[in-house]
Design a protein around this ligand. Structure first.
Ligand code: FNR
Length: 190
């Protein structure tokens, strides 16, 4: 069956290596996964003051998450953590209290860095946040990508067979994980 995947790119950079990685992942993904970006760029900075009358940007974000069968987060690591723009979007999606849009959404976390750490610390921080928000996460495989511009072309082609096979495997496992979570949360499942 086909699944709608909403993906976040955690960078606002016009030359984002994570956007390049997202293109590569979409190209390699199983055909039953259909990807739509959930934009974070135009969200105001979240404040509880918005809760009484959530603005259109916040409503659109929540609707995009809730309309997705699975979420994929493709993000850089900033100062050993989650980039502020992405954390802001997650805060928007988690509120108003009692309407957390991430609850029970199967979620994958992946990221590319220019350094050897490959976003590992961001991903670890992200798991804490998503666990609190009750989002089940793909635990294995993990993918910590040190970005090599000779391996990834701008439009998402991968020139290295080993990297391509690994990321295809990651997306296959991600698709299977989304399916498993949907199966156990389907109405009528015993
Ligand atoms: C970075 N970078 C970085 N890299 C890393 O591996 N760990 C880190 O903690 C940080 N911290 C960090 C903070 C800030 C404010 C910036 C701008 C950058 C470097 C980062 O990997 C590099 O800039 C990537 O190109 C960012 O990904 P995008 O924006 O190109 O997708």
């Amino acid at each position: 069956t086909s699944h709608r995947i909403g993906y976040f790119v955690g960078s606002l950079s016009s030359t984002s290596i994570n956007r390049t990685l997202s293109r590569a992942l979409i190209r390699l993904a199983p055909e039953n996964l259909h990807f739509t970006e959930i934009p974070i760029r135009d969200l105001p900075l979240y404040s509880q003051d918005f809760d009484a009358d959530y603005p259109p940007e916040g409503r659109a974000l929540k609707a995009a998450i809730e309309g997705s069968d699975g979420i994929l987060i493709v993000s850089p690591e900033y100062n050993r953590s989650i980039p502020g723009a992405l954390k802001n979007a997650i805060d928007w999606g988690s509120r108003p209290w009692g309407t957390n849009s991430f609850a029970r959404k199967p979620t994958g976390i992946i990221g590319a860095s220019v350094g050897n750490i490959g976003t590992a610390v961001m991903q670890s921080n992200m798991r804490s946040v998503l666990s609190f928000l009750d989002a089940p996460q793909l635990n294995s495989p993990e993918a910590y990508i040190k970005f090599d511009p000779t391996v990834f072309t701008g439009d998402g082609e991968i020139t290295d067979a080993g990297t391509r096979d690994f990321l295809r495997h990651y997306m296959d496992e991600y698709g299977a994980f989304v399916q498993r979570v949907l199966d156990v949360t389907a109405p009528g499942h015993i």
